[in-house]
Design a protein around this ligand. Structure first.
Ligand code: PBG
Length: 339
């Protein structure tokens, strides 16, 4: 073929990729640490015990109060917008109803109060509003039986516990509560309780579309979970997406200020659909198993850690998340600062 007939493209997408300034100029998605949330584990141990590593989450620890304060300060200085506190009670303080999670003197409520006292409104303080860390059976709700005598997680009895827990968290100073137990009606029950107690300005980040997932494995180590069995009676089935839209709509109708999809990476399609229908901000949770996978591959030298972190977080934003919960919140915020 004569060269004058050769195909020469005049539409060249590569023009916008020619150098870093051009790529930054034309990027559709920007990561902003103000919209990162750092989940943190706080254990009921004396400060002298120091932070305890979590073997399946390299770099993540169970904090004591003083190491928690240092880590919060580091997050804040890096520009991270919020922390989400999870309590790890002493084994002997666990019981069937998770009462140590509701008790104002329990490890989680004490931690909330301590962070608020130290940092005021400089960083948002959110807490996990769920019983599983505090129950001796490890379930997110209280156990019961149906009329035929079958064991169930009792939805409506659990709502009472969540209401009390959310109230205790708000009283301790939480800016936000985050019900993660997937009980029907939990957002409404919590909203009514907070409002009746004068906590109209405490917001609710609802775990709206939360799937029963194998990717929560390392979290169970992180909180010393007592769970036997699984959570399939209350968390969603991986094969479904329509029920995520129903769950999200219900939470919005019940008063959720922010809705969440969880886990992240295997559910980006769900995230996209939720983002398209939600009139409130949407969060995504990069869960422990996702962190562990990327960390393990990087430790083996199979992938490059820092670009993998940033690419995974970018994926959430591109799929529609406004807010991302990630154990790499501080790390990623610092990487963004460095450019
Ligand atoms: C429940 C809760 C879980 C996670 C966050 N909140 C565990 C579960 O539902 O089994 C998992 C988070 C993670 O894996 O990083 N309180």
């Amino acid at each position: 073929m004569p060269s004058s007939d050769a195909f020469i493209p005049f539409r060249r997408p590569r023009r916008l990729r020619t150098n870093p300034v051009m790529r930054n100029f034309t990027a559709e998605t920007d990561l902003n640490p103000n919209r990162f949330v750092l989940p943190m584990f706080i254990a009921d141990r004396p400060d002298a015990a120091g932070a305890q590593p979590i073997s399946s989450l390299p770099g993540v620890v169970q904090h004591t109060e003083s190491t928690m304060l240092r880590a919060v300060e580091e997050a804040m200085e890096a520009g991270v917008g919020a922390i989400d506190l999870f309590g790890v009670p002493k084994e002997e303080d666990k019981d069937a109803t998770g009462s140590a999670g509701i008790d104002a003197g329990g490890v989680l409520n004490r931690a909330i109060a301590t962070v608020r006292r130290e940092f005021g409104n400089e960083i948002l303080v959110m807490a996990d509003t769920c019983l599983d860390e505090f129950t001796d059976h490890g379930h997110c709700g209280v156990l019961g039986t149906d009329p035929l005598g079958e064991a169930i997680i009792d939805n409506d009895a659990t709502l009472e516990a969540y209401a009390a827990m959310a109230l205790a968290q708000a009283d301790a100073g939480a800016h936000m509560v985050s019900p993660s137990g997937m009980m029907d009606g939990q957002v409404r029950r919590i909203r009514e309780t907070l409002d009746a107690a004068g906590h109209q300005n405490v917001s609710i980040m609802a775990y709206s579309a939360k799937y029963a997932s194998a990717f929560y494995g390392p979290f169970r180590e992180a909180v010393g979970s007592s769970l036997q069995g699984d959570r399939r009676q209350y968390q969603q089935d991986a094969r479904n997406v329509r029920e995520s839209l129903l769950e999200t709509q219900l939470d919005i109708d019940e008063g959720a200020d922010i809705v969440m999809v969880k886990p992240g990476m295997p559910y980006l399609d769900v995230l996209r659909q939720v983002a398209e229908m939600s009139p409130v901000p949407v969060a995504a949770y990069q869960v422990s198993g996702e962190y562990a996978m990327i960390s393990a591959a990087a430790e083996k030298g199979w992938i490059d850690l820092e670009p993998a972190i940033m690419e995974s977080l970018t994926g959430f934003h591109r799929a529609g998340a406004d807010i991302v919960l990630t154990y790499w919140a501080t790390t990623a915020a610092k990487l963004l600062r460095q450019g």
